[in-house]
Write a new protein. Structure first.
Length: 217
């Protein structure tokens, strides 16, 4: 079994690097959009709250594979040039952003209303209170759930590689090894090991962040 890894080490290493970049890029998109949508969800405006709710319900309930078909061939047919890499990052990021928004909303809800009232009494606008007082605490409260979402992104990234986007990630490289060697069990065993390496690493990273920065309530 070890010979499959040693003979195809470059391929698996390349797939691991592609998956890492895909998850990192998608996390940036998900975190930015999720923070924005979470702000809408807790806004004082009823219309903005509804807009945030609609966004969450749409992207949380549409399968990732469907979003990938929309983000790549769908956009191309609309006359917009987009690369497989860009479409994969955007689709995975947008899909995950709905979950990030809900986690951050729960973090905002955990911040006491008294702090919001104190900020407003000091003359800060609601947006300034949200940006300077509430969201920094909300982020620290939900480090653990954000870690779980990031680990889920690693596993969901396999759908990107297996879809029409076909990025050369871990799963794609394992399929190439399988087609070349016909050693299916060994090829996908090492693919699983690569995914496990990423998820275990992320687990330790977020545990470290949580132990250092998380707010205990």
């Amino acid at each position: 079994m070890i010979d499959v890894l040693t003979e195809n080490l470059d391929g698996f290493a390349s797939g691991l690097w592609v998956t890492t970049r895909l998850v990192a890029g998608s996390f940036v998109v998900a975190f930015a959009l999720g923070t924005l949508v979470a702000g809408l969800r807790v806004s004082g405006s009823r219309a903005l709250r509804r807009a945030g709710t609609v966004y969450v319900e749409i992207f949380r309930n549409v399968p990732l594979l469907v979003l990938l078909f929309i983000a790549f061939p769908g956009v191309l047919r609309g006359g917009v040039e987009i690369s497989p890499w860009t479409s994969g990052v955007i689709a995975l990021g947008v899909y995950t952003s709905a979950y990030v928004a809900e986690v951050l909303r729960s973090g905002v809800a955990a911040v006491s209303a008294g702090q919001l009232e104190a900020g407003l009494s000091l003359g800060l606008t609601q947006l300034a209170v949200l940006r300077r007082i509430v969201l920094p605490q909300a982020f620290r409260t939900v480090i653990g759930p954000l870690g779980s979402i990031t680990i889920a992104m690693v596993k969901n990234s396999a759908i990107v590689g297996a879809s029409i986007v076909a990025l050369p990630d871990i799963l794609k490289e394992a399929r190439i090894v399988n087609s070349n060697t016909f050693q299916t069990t060994e090829a996908f065993f090492w693919a699983a090991a690569c995914y496990l390496l990423l998820t275990i690493t992320l687990t330790f990273v977020f545990r470290g962040l949580e132990s250092r920065y998380a707010i205990r309530r």
